[in-house]
Design a protein around this ligand. Structure first.
Ligand code: DX5
Ligand code: ZN
Length: 227
């Protein structure tokens, strides 16, 4: 019989997904390897279209290159209009999870369903100004809910604390409905805001600028996961 000597098994398991947006774009494959060696649970890759957000980033080809460099879980966050059009290419390029924005389309349910049929986790992101009540109906239909804690488009912004209440609301509803939906938070996550997000119920932390500013990635990732 196994005897548990610690209560740590009671804690929700926290995942840390470093955001490649804050990495060196000239060395993406090396950066992916470095994150894998440092114990990251996955890699968060941002894709932007210059319309839904006023910035451009990487695309499926860069995702495929990262996929060749690492066996880590690839969490792809698409900040684009017409998300449906990108899905097939992202699946072919190695995405393990594709998260699109509720504000970007009127076909939320259809797109979630389609992503799932590709055997990839389906995530639904929502902006800081979007009410959690608009997201609630998709609990059970999405594998992940991604709360943006900054306005999407840029790294290095300050965490918007008002988002915590929405994470709490969604966490409570996920528990009530007995779902195992991941609750992910993205933007301005650091050693001060990570504990706040975890307390509110987030179990996946996307960390960009803060992580890449640290010398020791491994101990920083461990510290972010700790309660
Ligand atoms: C912003 C992106 C984030 C960004 C987070 O639109 O979705 O993933 O990389 O970066 P930090 O951690 O710097 O706020
Ligand atoms: Zn992101």
């Amino acid at each position: 019989m196994q005897i548990f000597t610690s209560i740590s098994f009671m804690k929700p398991r926290i995942k840390v997904f470093p955001s490649l947006f804050a990495a060196d774009f000239g060395r993406l494959a090396d950066e992916a390897k470095r994150l894998e060696d440092a114990g990251a649970d996955g890699i968060h890759m941002d894709i932007m279209d210059g319309h839904f957000v006023p910035n451009l980033t990487l695309g499926p080809k860069a995702l495929a290159a990262v996929n060749r460099a690492t066996s880590l879980f690839l969490d792809v966050h698409i900040m684009v209009y017409n998300p449906f059009d990108l899905i097939e290419k992202l699946v072919e390029s190695g995405a393990d999870q594709i998260t699109f924005h509720i504000e970007a389309t009127e076909e939320v349910e259809e797109i979630l369903r389609y992503i799932r049929t590709c055997n990839v986790r389906a995530g639904l992101a929502f902006n800081p100004s979007t009410s959690s009540s608009l997201v609630m109906p998709y609990i059970g239909k999405a594998d992940t809910l991604l709360a943006m804690s900054v306005n999407p488009g840029f790294g290095g912004q300050a965490f918007i604390p008002e988002v915590l209440e929405k994470i709490e609301d969604l966490h409570q509803e996920i528990q009530v409905r007995k779902q195992d939906t991941w609750l992910e938070v993205d933007g301005g996550v650091n050693n001060t805001t990570a504990p706040m997000a975890k307390k509110a119920g987030a179990n996946v932390l996307v960390v960009g600028t803060y992580l890449f500013q640290q010398k020791d990635l491994q101990s920083t990732i461990l510290a972010l996961k700790d309660e």
